[in-house]
Write a protein that binds this ligand. Sequence first.
Ligand SMILES: [Fe+2]
Length: 243
Amino acid sequence: MTVTIEPIPFFESNYAWLMIDEKSKNAVIVDPGDAKPILQFLKERQISLKAILITHFHSDHINGITELKNIFECKVYAPLKEADKIPDIDQTVHEGDIISLEGIGDVQVIETPGHTLGSICYYISDLKLIFTGDTLFSLGCGRLFEGTPAQMFNSLNKIAALPEDINVYCGHEYTVDNGRFALSVFPNYQPLRNRLENVKQLREQRLPTLPVLLSEEKRTNPFLLAKNITEFTDFRRGKDHFV
Ligand SMILES: [Fe+2]
C-alpha cells in the first residue's frame, strides 16, 4: 500500500488534503472548499476521486463538494451533527465510526466539538496521521465559534492522547501567525523559538509548514501545553485579541 498525501492550497490559507492510492490512482479529498484547484490537480495526474471527508460545515471546507460529485462518482462522509448544513452527504459519521477506504485503510471518526459543535477529526492509524480540520492547528487551535473552552480543551486532549508519532494535517496555513502568539505566551522557550524560525523559513520558500508530528505539537503548541481549562481559556482569549 503506497499512499501519498498532497496539499491543495486555495483561498488565502486553506488546504484540502488529497490522499492518493498510487497503485490504483484513486484518491480521497479532505475538506474541499474549492473544487477548481482539486479538479486541476486530479486532471493533471489522471487520478479519480472516490471519497470526500468533511470535518465541519464552514463554507471554506465544503463549497467544492457539489461540483466534485457532479464529475466523480464519489462518496461524501460528513459529521452527523452538521448534516443539515452540508450538501450531498452519502453517509453521516459520528464518534467511534470506522470508514473503510479501499487502498487507504480504516479511518476512525473522533468528535471534537469547540470550533463548531459538530466538528470531527479523521484518524488513520495505518497511515499514522490525523486530519484535524479547524480543531487543532499547528501551534494553535480553532476559534471557538460555537463550543465552550471546556469542550475545545477536551477535544484537544483527545487528539493529544493519540500516538505521538502521528502526523497532523490541519485545514489552514496559520503556523507562523500562531507561532508569533505562542512566543508571546512563552517568550523564552527555546524549542518554540527554534520551531518558529523553522516555519518562517519554510514560508519564505512558499512551502507548507504541514504536516507536523503530534509530539512536536505537544512540545510547542500553547493550547496543548495549557495545564487546565482556566489556562486554556486565557490563552484562547489572548489569541482572539492578538495582533
Ligand atoms: Fe472553520
